[in-house]
Design a protein around this ligand. Structure first.
Ligand code: NBP
Length: 478
């Protein structure tokens, strides 16, 4: 039989995705640049379902039923372009070419336009969940034309994760929308991980608890509003004992956080769009600081001074609860900022993105899956008028309102006793900025007008004004 779906690029992600299709009953065509990977998949996992393996791209394309549906799972960048160019020569108008890699959304916009000229539907598709997700059900964020989703959508929905019977896959928007949302997903993931790491640091260095004790605390937190994959795995990582030293695993790992670039893209894009995603930016910068090995070593040598006193913790249970509430409030801000970036991207690039649906498909399969995403979906589904910020949805306004004391205590204490909490602190600063009736931006406008005649607007009447700062300092309308 002709295959219903094809996967090219059979490294970890591609082979697991192909197995997922086959296990769900789809006849699956498989191909890889070097045939060895294709052979290995067929030998080791041929029993998962019906595969059609091909050595050449031409045979691969010929093995698919028309209109063909092919998912590319190769390294992002040049390799993806190479595969697209090769396949485009072999495909026919009406065929659907999906890039499931972590492409930059601007590349996807370019590729979609080029393929559209040939009549090929190009679908930039964000896939989250790592290798396990690819095999057992990822969260899938496809862009591309609505028409392509009509035939591709049901197949992707079937292999995606499901929560409460609903697939974690929806058509996000045209051309680069899927990869844009996947990018922001990864940015939010950075922020969430940073906030959890700060909570750990507060409990470890602030309260002097051991990793094992903190593991229990995170396991407990995972039963409440913080219930999420990242909190769950945090508990497991902290409970891990190193076989070599017999000590906590977390203590033998070098404190240098790596990154592959999607967090940086999220921040760069936010800067271009003018969206303040301070939580994501601080998370990227915190990983950057962790990697400044030479400077950090020099700082130890110099012995940069800090506060003398230890955090005086009177009631441990109260402290732990305080950190938990501060973590939740900061997390809400980080998600609100990420959703703002999606909204700004949608406006800039003409996408019609349903934020409630985005939160719904993030509930399963992906790294940021969490119970609280239900609340985000509700915020955008049940309100007739969509809130301008997640923070204005009643549940979240209330949650953040109730967090005021603990949140401020944690941030103030962290500053007082020298524990870096860029995520918690920037979230609170953003929140206070957002709710301020007047911002010192008025003064900045005055400064800009002074040195650069950049002009300003008045609160009491229309128009654009300038003060003759180097003259008689009278105001003129410009
Ligand atoms: P890699 O990103 O390591 O890519 C390896 C694959 O790319 C192999 O199949 C390789 O073929 C193929 N390839 C390369 Br490299 N250059 C090629 C070229 N010029 N022409 C054709 N094929 C080429 O694989 P991965 O880790 O499975 O990830 C695949 C995609 O999924 C990436 O875009 C990644 O960012 C994305 N992603 C990964 C994860 C994850 O958790 N790892 C999660 C979500 C998304 P070969 O076998 O012949 O060398």
């Amino acid at each position: 039989p002709k295959a219903e779906i094809g996967v090219t690029g059979l490294a970890v992600m591609g082979s697991n995705l192909a197995r997922n299709f086959a296990r769900n009953g789809f006849v699956t065509a498989v191909h890889n640049r070097s045939y060895a990977k294709t052979q290995a998949l067929l030998e080791e996992h041929g029993g998962d379902g019906t595969f059609v393996g091909s050595e050449s791209a031409a045979d691969f394309v010929a093995s698919l039923a028309t209109p063909r549906k092919i998912i590319i799972m190769v390294k992002a960048g040049g390799p993806t372009d190479a595969v697209i160019d090769e396949l485009a020569e072999l495909l026919e108008p009406g065929d659907i070419l999906v890039d499931g890699g972590n492409a930059k959304f601007s590349d996807t916009i370019r590729r979609e336009a080029a393929m559209r000229e040939k009549g090929i539907h190009f679908v930039g598709c964000g896939i989250s969940g790592g290798e396990e997700g690819a095999l057992l059900g990822p969260s899938i964020m496809p862009g591309g034309s609505k028409q392509s989703y009509e035939s591709l959508g049901p197949i992707l929905e079937k292999i995606s994760a499901h929560v409460d019977g609903a697939p974690c896959c929806t058509h996000i928007g045209t051309d680069g929308a899927g990869h844009f949302v996947k990018m922001v997903h990864n940015g939010i993931e950075y922020a969430d991980m940073q906030l959890i790491a700060e909570a750990y640091d507060l409990l470890r260095r602030g309260a002097g608890l051991s990793p094992a004790q903190i593991a229990d605390i995170f396991a407990e937190w995972n039963k409440g509003e913080l219930d999420s994959f990242l909190i769950e795995i945090t508990a497991q990582v902290l409970a891990q004992v190193d076989a070599t030293t017999g000590g906590p695993f977390v203590d033998i790992v070098k404190d240098v956080a790596g990154m592959k670039g999607t967090g940086t893209w999220t921040v760069q894009t936010a800067l271009d769009l003018g969206v303040p995603v301070s939580g994501i930016a601080e998370a990227v910068f915190a990983r950057g600081l962790s990697s400044q090995g030479e400077q950090r070593a020099a700082a130890q040598q110099v012995g940069l001074p800090g506060p003398q006193e230890q955090w005086p913790i009177e009631d441990l249970d109260v402290f732990v609860a305080t950190v938990r509430v501060a973590l939740y409030a900061s997390k809400i801000v980080a998600y609100a900022q990420g959703l703002d970036e999606i909204q700004a991207g949608a406006k800039e690039y003409g996408w019609d993105i349903d934020l409630g649906a985005v939160a719904r498909i993030w509930r399963g399969g992906c790294i940021i899956r969490a119970v609280f995403l239900n609340r985000i979906t509700e915020a955008y589904d049940t309100t007739a008028e969509k809130p301008l910020s997640l923070l204005f949805a009643p549940y979240f306004t209330e949650a953040i309102g109730g967090a005021q004391g603990p949140w401020r205590d944690v941030v103030a204490g962290a500053a007082r006793y020298g524990i870096p909490t860029p995520g918690f602190s920037s979230a609170l600063a953003y929140y206070d900025g957002l709710r301020a009736e007047r911002l010192p931006a008025a003064l900045i406008q005055g400064q800009r007008d002074f040195f650069g005649a950049h002009t300003y607007q008045r609160t009491d009447k229309e128009g654009t004004y300038h003060v003759l700062w180097s003259g008689d300092r009278s105001e003129v309308q410009s």
